[in-house]
Design a protein around this ligand. Sequence first.
Ligand code: 13P
Ligand code: ZN
Ligand code: NA
Length: 283
Amino acid sequence: PLISSTSMLQQARENGYAITAFNVHTLEMLQAVVEAASETNSPLIIQSTVGTVKHLGPEYIAAAAKVAADQTGLPIALHLDHCTDFATIIQCIRAGYTSVMIDASMLPFEENIQRTLSVMEVAAAAGVNVEAELGKVGGVEDDIVVDERDAMLADPDDCQLFIERTNVLTLAPAIGTAHGIYKGEPNIDFERIAKIAEKVEVPLVLHGGSGIPAEQVRKAVSLGMSKMNVATELRIAFSDAIKEVFTKSPEENDPRKYMVPAKEAVKRLAIEKMELCGCIGKA
Ligand code: 13P
Ligand code: ZN
Ligand code: NA
């Protein structure tokens, strides 16, 4: 069965590595990250945004993720990424998601606390983990668009207070990364990560994983980030491989053929990210 993300994230936090959380959009992408985890004996978080939930339906996604967990026997959690609305959270928990993110980061601090608490109440009843966000991660993720000028880093004291008030078990503090590919290098505030990690014991989530240079990922993880979300780079790898097939063979019409290199590309990239995060062999 799928498991809650709580224990795998806590183990990661205690032992100084991070769990890779991959956004998937198709069955092949889901299978690719599962094969990556299976070949490397890694714990895994499969995640989908609200857009993908609408595209595929949460029941289809949960059923496929459940097959993955049952067939591999690996610790696999299914997570709802960046959700702003309560109804979708309930719908996904009903479908079998074992982890949800309530993104109320655009709201004032106190309202963020209240929203997080109300999600935690329903999630607790279902044994589902909750991730909350503080500060604002820049860039574009699905329908959530945050202008770089509006991106706001999380304050370490706020993080501490937020955890004291909510007891939420997973926190995504904005620390300078952004969704999508960076123009140049990301401007990660490593000192801030260290301060936050000193003040709160819960696993911390690094959003905007695509495009962060390898050594910066390692550093962020060593300072206390215990989950890294990767979306855009996987999408690009998947789509580029398909484009290449059609450039060479415009007549190709068999998804069982043109999806093969796409799956392979996603799997390779997923293993690379797992290596950076240090979660290989931790299943
Ligand atoms: P990237 O698209 O930059 O990998 O960000 C992923 C993410 O944070 C999903 O929540
Ligand atoms: Zn994100
Ligand atoms: Na990014």
